[in-house]
Write a protein that binds this ligand. Structure first.
Ligand code: SF4
Length: 78
């Protein structure tokens, strides 16, 4: 099985996307079209909105294809 993970960051939050899990529910790009646009490459533009808005939208992903972490937290783990 493929296990692709793509990451997109605005320097503050990192959006993690697993295309194999995406069920194309369209929720993310209807909810936050300035960040998620399937017609664009790359389709995620983390600079398109504020970090808290991004987190809010990522949490609504029904399939678990989208997740996120704060870069600050990732740095502390090292
Ligand atoms: S909300 Fe999640 S499942 Fe729906 S299109 Fe976006 S990434 Fe895919």
């Amino acid at each position: 099985m493929k296990d692709i993970t793509k990451k997109y960051t605005n320097g503050e939050v990192t959006i993690v996307w697993k295309p194999d899990l995406c069920i194309h529910s369209t929720l993310c790009f209807k909810g936050l079209p300035t960040v998620f646009d399937p017609k664009k490459r790359p389709w995620v533009t983390p600079e398109g909105s504020a970090t808290d808005k991004i987190i809010e939208q990522v949490k609504k992903c029904p399939s678990g294809a989208l997740s996120y972490y704060l870069n600050r937290d990732a740095a502390e783990e090292k």
